[in-house]
Design a protein around this ligand. Structure first.
Ligand code: GDP
Ligand code: CA
Length: 334
């Protein structure tokens, strides 16, 4: 794997975590594994009951540490909710937003360190030292940039729309508060510039990838990078595997399909992001049109059903990237 020393992945929570697990385990088989930087969305972060909550960062951290609740899909395995019940009794926080007790330990730690003046990126570095997670996690920004959803009932934090209303209110727009003055966290632009391969995780294109890419300087860094950029479709057979990406895509006028999401991200050849794209076998019909638009497209099973399939997805993404790498370090077909 000497040709690929540094891999930088951009993404959100669950889809990103599943992809990173496969990538890490694929690389672990090499004698001298490549370094993985994971640049993670902070748009879902919020203040609740005086604590800073960072859902996507925690989802990735817990999954890579192997302490996540796979059944429930969020939080720590074996967690209890005694503190949340007390908070409800006190009328503090959001009654519809449960935080596990072990999870609250992480939120208290993070908030205590923020109060001491540490930036989020330094806190993530420190908290991830607890486990050998095998990936360097970077919040995309140390600044507070929160995604809000505009609906006919008014504007609300993304978490309220998703967790309280189960995405039942039709979104008309997504806005990032604090975006204009936000800066990439230390190491983010460097991780993009230094990468031999850049991968876009199968994350929600609208509320996970867009908030990462729209932090000032990040999209430009990816567009300028010499590394090939390969994305993995979060859409399989015209449907989301889980989550609400379909509502999000519809709100911004993008069809829920592997083809439409690739076009939304755009071909590198035409000023977009993608040199390559992975679709599921059921979406093989997207290959011909995307190839003609300059995006190297390969179909493999994209459902993260177990360890071996996840590893195969990572291997396929790197193979597509390799196909666009020339010996002189430039990317082919631009
Ligand atoms: P979130 O921040 O927790 O919502 O997680 P992400 O934005 O990283 O990922 C959410 C997306 O992951 C959803 O839109 C799903 O379409 C996608 N996803 C979840 N499971 C799978 C899977 O097994 N395969 C693929 N290809 N995508 C998946
Ligand atoms: Ca998220």
């Amino acid at each position: 794997m000497e040709d690929i020393r540094t891999i930088t992945v951009l993404g959100g929570g669950v889809g990103n975590a599943r992809f990173l697990l496969g990538l890490r385990d694929h690389l672990a088989a090499a004698s001298d594994p490549a370094t993985v930087n994971a640049i993670i969305n902070v748009g879902d972060d919020m203040w609740l009951a005086g604590l800073r909550i960072t859902p996507d960062l925690d989802t990735v951290m817990y999954a890579l540490a192997g302490v996540n609740d796979v059944q429930r899909g969020w939080g720590r395995v074996g967690d209890t909710e005694r503190v949340s019940a007390e908070l409800q009794a006190w009328g503090v926080g959001w009654p519809w937003f449960t935080l596990g007790d072990l999870d609250l330990g992480a939120h208290i730690t993070r908030t205590a360190l923020l109060r001491e003046g540490l930036p989020l990126s330094a806190i993530v570095e420190r908290m991830t030292e607890r486990w050998p997670i095998g990936v360097r996690m970077l919040p995309v920004s140390d600044d507070e940039v929160e995604t809000h959803v505009v609906t006919a009932e008014g504007e609300m934090h993304f978490q309220e729309w998703w967790t309280r209303h189960r995405a039942a209110l039709e979104p008309t727009a997504f806005v990032s508060h604090g975006l204009e003055s936000a800066q990439p966290a230390p190491g983010v632009l460097e991780a993009i510039e230094a990468a031999d391969v850049i991968l876009l995780a199968p994350s929600n294109p609208i509320v996970s990838l867009d908030p990462v890419l729209s932090i000032p300087g990040v999209r430009d860094a990816v567009l300028r990078a010499s590394a090939p950029v390969v994305g993995v479709s979060p859409i399989i057979g015209g449907a989301v595997v889980r989550g609400m990406a379909d509502q999000c895509l519809t709100a911004v006028g993008v069809e829920t399909s592997a083809l439409a999401v690739a076009r939304y991200l755009g071909s590198r050849r035409d000023g977009g992001l993608l040199d390559g794209w992975l679709v599921d076998d059921v979406d093989a019909a997207a290959i011909a049109p995307l190839e003609s638009e300059g995006i190297s497209t390969v179909a493999v099973p994209l459902w993260f059903r177990d360890g071996p399939t996840s590893i195969a997805i990572a291997r396929a993404a790197l193979a597509v990237a390799r196909g666009r790498m020339s010996p002189d370090g430039t990317t082919l077909g631009r």
